[in-house]
Design a protein around this ligand. Structure first.
Ligand code: GLA
Length: 615
């Protein structure tokens, strides 16, 4: 069947939207007459993208119950050839590292997460590339799953040299019973092809995700520059302290103040309180509404942290509903960060979460929400449970984000442990990592940009020495790295000197000038922090009139002369002026000879160029 001018809708899960695109969908129906199973395969193509979206619906047409043990979203046989697989494994604080492996016959690459969420350990995005492929050359296929639960990508070369790639939900602990007449829908897999390297593939994904995946109106709006109190105070704050931080924040031009963990229930550390989403009046005598009003009086918007999918055993919620925590009957569930996970497969639990969060958002002027999820899911009560949980999560997200469309939602999961297209469908930005060190962030942000748009990568300037690795970096370096993403600060601003505050003021002015470019522009990775002592990226506006170039030299070396950095994607007939220095350069020179960065004489030095074409 041909579905002209249509995309696929998947019940209870996000999928690509048609938006303003021209899209057609082909439905292929396969039948196994013996067991009575019908499989509907959906292939959606878009006129403007080299993208193929795949999903499947399995229907039980028999008179008996069928049990699904596996349901991949896509299975693709790529032509005979040599292939590398590139995947993005990691851990807390080291999300989305990059590993490239050459595939040989007989070797099966099984890339999966069974941790309950898309995970820091392996992102549900995988690239298959010709061995010669790099940023600007070679063939690449991206496979990205629109899903936030357990996932799997399998790549294997067959006896004739064809490469089969499959991506979808992880079959591990999966099982779904279909009564006669019932059906099962898989999540969507988005495959993208480039014959000009990783860069072109990333730019396609970025456009597609911004235009055809993100539901939030914020996807197309400048984001507020925010300050988050977490690394500034952790749990140790008072209303007075927050207001003192807010005064300084307002003074330097910050738009929004985010109150992180610790404002509710009994929550002075991470051992109690999750689930009790009622303001702690001892800490915050004015309540959330009062505090938001005070922030608003200072000219700041107000944002709030939640971790609604969790419950602490030491909480009123757990005492009232111990059975609401995920557990296996008669067994003690495993704690992680002293907390348990709420059973989102239960409609009444989803209702509670929706109600309790909505009550706060409806009664205080909250304009930003950080939606966190800080542990892996264990103790799954039955096979297939993780999918039920994921459907509950999407139900909650779709209802809350539709109910409060003016709120900017940011995803988070112990940093970037749930950075995937399922989350981005509802929340246009995600905290990329709890590792906020600018140098660690080079790799994290570089790899994350392979699939995900840069404005979705939340990135903050934090204190030096850095809290995760003790590294000392300049305030300039920290901001230069953070401009690439959804920009903000996360430190005790009351401790900054006047000189530092002046720098912060200037950084905020610059970030606001750059926002539109970062949100809509074409992204180029120029120098890789994986292969070189440098890292460089560049953003070019669609009309090629505005350009941002970032270069970092990781370690300083004696007796060196920096090589020029060659820009990409410019108009070679245009002349560009560096708005920071006034110097002018022909586009052709920037592209073919390059521009020489100037670094301070130190480790971890950065240089940025903000170029505009001269009429
Ligand atoms: C997680 C998040 C942090 C912070 C803490 C609060 O680790 O990633 O940004 O919100 O939780 O407990």
């Amino acid at each position: 069947k041909n579905h002209h001018d249509a995309v696929v809708e998947i019940t209870g899960m996000p999928a690509l939207l048609k938006g303003d695109s021209k899209a057609d969908t082909l439905e292929v129906v396969l039948e196994d007459a013996i067991i009575g199973l019908e499989v509907h395969l959906f292939y959606t193509v878009f006129e403007e993208y080299n993208v193929l979206a795949r999903s499947a619906v399995l229907v039980n047409q028999s008179q008996e119950e069928l049990c699904l043990r596996s349901a991949y979203s896509a299975s693709v046989d790529l032509p005979q050839g040599e292939y590398d697989v590139i995947h993005f494994p990691g851990s807390w604080g080291r999300e989305r590292d990059q590993v490239r492996t050459h595939l040989t016959m007989g070797l099966k690459a099984e890339l999966e997460s069974a941790r309950g969420g898309s995970s820091a350990q392996l992102n549900p995005f995988v690239m298959i590339a010709s061995p010669d492929a790099d940023e600007v050359h070679g063939e690449v296929y991206g496979f990205a799953l629109v899903y936030s639960g357990n996932h799997s990508t399998v790549a294997k070369i067959d006896q004739f040299g064809y490469l089969r790639v499959q991506q979808g939900m992880n079959p591990h602990q999966f099982e779904w019973k279909l009564a006669p007449g019932e059906h099962f829908e898989t999540p969507q897999c988005v495959i993208c092809y480039s014959d000009a390297g990783f860069g072109q593939m990333s730019r396609e994904y970025h456009d597609l995700i911004r235009n055809n995946l993100m539901r939030s109106a914020w996807a197309k709006k400048d984001r507020p520059v925010l300050i988050n109190n977490w690394e500034g105070t952790y749990f140790g704050f008072t209303e007075e302290k927050l207001l003192a931080m807010a005064d300084k924040a307002a003074e330097v031009g910050i738009d929004l103040f985010v109150l992180d963990d610790g404002w509710f229930g009994k929550r002075d550390d991470d051992r109690s309180g999750l689930g009790d989403w009622f303001v702690n009046k001892k800490k915050l005598p004015s309540g959330i509404d009062g505090l938001a009003a005070k922030m608003n009086e200072k000219g700041l918007k107000f944002g709030l942290w939640f971790e609604p999918e969790m419950v602490s055993p030491d909480s009123d919620l757990y005492r009232a509903h111990p059975d609401w925590a995920i557990h296996v009957e008669e067994r003690e569930p495993a704690l992680s960060r002293h907390q348990l996970v709420l059973d989102l497969s239960k409609p009444e639990v989803c209702e509670y979460v929706i109600q309790v969060v909505s009550d706060i958002l409806a009664n205080a002027n909250v304009e930003y929400v950080k939606w966190d999820m800080n542990r892996q899911i264990t103790d799954m009560p039955c096979n297939g449970y993780n999918h039920k949980y994921t459907l509950g999560y999407y139900k909650i997200m779709s209802i809350i984000t539709e109910r409060f469309p003016h709120i900017l939602f940011e995803g988070c999961s112990s940093g970037g442990a749930r950075f995937d297209l399922g989350v981005l469908a509802y929340m246009p930005q995600i905290w990329a990592s709890d590792n906020s060190d600018a140098i660690a962030r080079l790799k994290i942000q570089y790899s994350t940009s392979m699939c995900y748009p840069i404005a979705s990568i939340s990135s903050h300037v934090t204190a030096s020495p850095n809290h995760q690795n003790g590294r000392l970096t300049s305030l300039k370096t920290r901001a230069d790295v953070a401009y690439m993403g959804a920009f903000g600060y996360e430190l005790d601003i009351t401790k900054m000197t006047d000189e530092e505050l002046q720098i912060v003021k200037e950084q905020i002015v610059l970030d606001k000038q750059l926002q539109e470019l970062m949100r809509n522009g074409d992204f180029y990775r120029i120098l890789s922090p994986y292969d070189t002592n440098y890292c460089s990226w560049e953003v070019v506006s669609k009309d090629k009139k505005k350009v941002f170039l970032f270069v970092c030299r990781v370690l300083n070396k004696a007796q060196t002369k920096e090589s020029p950095v060659k820009l990409q994607g410019l108009d070679e007939d245009k002349v560009y002026r560096n708005t920071l220095t006034g110097q002018e350069y022909p586009g052709s020179m920037l592209m073919y000879k390059g521009i020489r960065p100037h670094f301070r004489w130190e480790d971890f030095a950065t240089d940025i160029f903000v170029l505009e074409s001269v009429e």
